[in-house]
Design a protein around this ligand. Structure first.
Ligand code: ADP
Ligand code: MG
Length: 387
């Protein structure tokens, strides 16, 4: 929950930097993907929820075309940009996320104005919890209102995705921005990435006596380079060879035939997507019939598929998952794009100290960097805070 103090603090920080109060303060959360990994760009299904950690932007419009941006993170100083010269190649570092959103809005016909922006976020960077989409969505919501763009949340999802794809250069799907913009408290967002239709699915962990623990392995991933794009290319190749528009169109029953048509590696990539789509649908069903305590095996099967077929896990993620499972977790999996980042474990709330201690101990014994471990709740989506 964001308290009044948070809003006052960020407004005060804005004022300290720019010498006057902001026009408003907007917030957008990071997310945990409960299940459905790398299925988004295959037009499949995902089931993320927004977490109680968010990026907050305080913004004030200016009369000229100058943008001035500062982040509370890491003493990176004030960045000043002339909006008339804004183009994907000219945006450097973290400012590519907010400025990328502005650039996309202009591409879509929105007249820009200069502004001052102060960013503060408690979504850990590069931990697979989508600190990037949190910035994009907070920025998109702020400027949609300030510039009178009048876009619906589902349009703002695409604005954020375009910024990430075309400006940052990370070929990600719509999962992260959808979770951040469309989620509500106590719900996960079931998203059909083909139709872009979303449904809110009740996810009341506390009522079931459960919690989701995030283990941030501190292994940082790099979506904009290499592996993520390679997995995406494998999926496109698989769809092309199988003669379908996207892997969404491949059913589990088609897999035996696909095995004969694809090389071994591409087949395993395809099998992950096909089975993962099934697991997402099954998770939504089971949540509806038996509640969250019954989805553990689906989460764990998802991890095995990512580890063995899609090959996007790493030793730290596998250790977090295995240790949580061996110490009472009902299910566990890596979450996010992979190659590092975070794992999640679903467990009885009373079991938190045991799992926490076991994971810390296992990481130390393996000589890994100490992980950051914290519980998350299914929180509200992006919104204006100061009203
Ligand atoms: P993830 O979205 O999983 O956290 P990404 O690599 O997509 O990882 O995004 C992380 C990047 O987002 C960082 O390298 C940084 O450029 C930017 N970022 C995230 N949070 C902040 C922040 N509070 N201040 C400045 N930049 C940030
Ligand atoms: Mg990201």
């Amino acid at each position: 929950m964001t308290t009044r103090t948070d809003v006052d603090d960020i407004a005060a920080a804005f004022t300290a930097h720019f010498g006057h109060a902001p026009d408003g303060v907007w917030s957008a959360p990071g997310r945990v993907n409960l299940i459905g990994e790398h299925t988004d760009y295959n037009e499949g299904f995902v089931l993320p929820f927004a977490i109680d950690r968010s990026a907050r932007v305080a913004v004030r419009l200016r009369a000229d075309a100058t943008a001035r941006l500062v982040s509370a993170y890491g003493n990176q100083g004030l960045v000043t940009v002339n909006l008339d010269t804004l183009s994907p190649g000219t945006m450097k570092g973290w400012t590519a996320y907010p400025l990328g959103v502005l650039w996309v809005l202009r591409q879509q016909g929105v007249a820009l104005r200069g502004f001052e922006l102060y960013l503060d976020s408690d979504v850990p960077l590069g931990a697979g919890l989508s600190s990037s989409a949190a910035i994009e969505c907070a920025t998109a919501l702020a400027f949609d209102e300030l510039l009178g763009a009048g876009l619906a949340p589902a349009d703002l999802v695409l604005v954020g995705q375009r910024a990430e794809n075309e400006v940052v250069g990370a070929p990600t799907g719509i999962l992260d921005q959808s979770a951040s913009l469309l989620a509500t408290e106590g719900h996960a967002v079931f998203l059909d990435c083909r139709s872009r239709e979303s449904t809110l699915v009740p996810l009341d962990l506390a009522a079931a006596g459960l919690l989701v623990l995030v283990v941030d392995t501190k292994v940082t991933h790099r979506h904009a380079t290499g592996d993520y794009a390679e997995r995406r290319a494998s999926c496109e190749l698989g769809a092309e060879v199988l003669g379908v528009a996207s892997l969404r169109d491949v059913d589990a029953e088609d897999l035996a035939e696909a095995a004969g048509l694809l090389d071994g590696e591409t087949y395993r990539r395809v099998r992950h997507i096909v089975t993962e789509n099934r697991r997402v649908l099954a998770t939504v069903d089971v949540l509806g019939t038996d509640g969250p305590a019954a989805i553990g095996d689906l989460l764990t099967a998802s991890h095995a598929s990512m580890r063995d077929d899609f090959e996007i896990s790493c030793p730290e993620l596998d250790l977090a998952v295995d240790t949580a499972l061996a110490n009472g977790a009902l299910g566990a999996r890596m979450t996010g794009g992979g190659f590092g980042g975070s794992a999640i474990a679903l467990l009885p709330a009373a079991g938190e100290p045991t799992v926490r201690a076991a994971v810390v101990h296992a990481f130390a014994a393996a000589g890994f960097t100490a992980p950051d471990i914290f519980a998350v709740t299914a929180a509200a989506g992006a919104r204006r805070l100061d009203r």
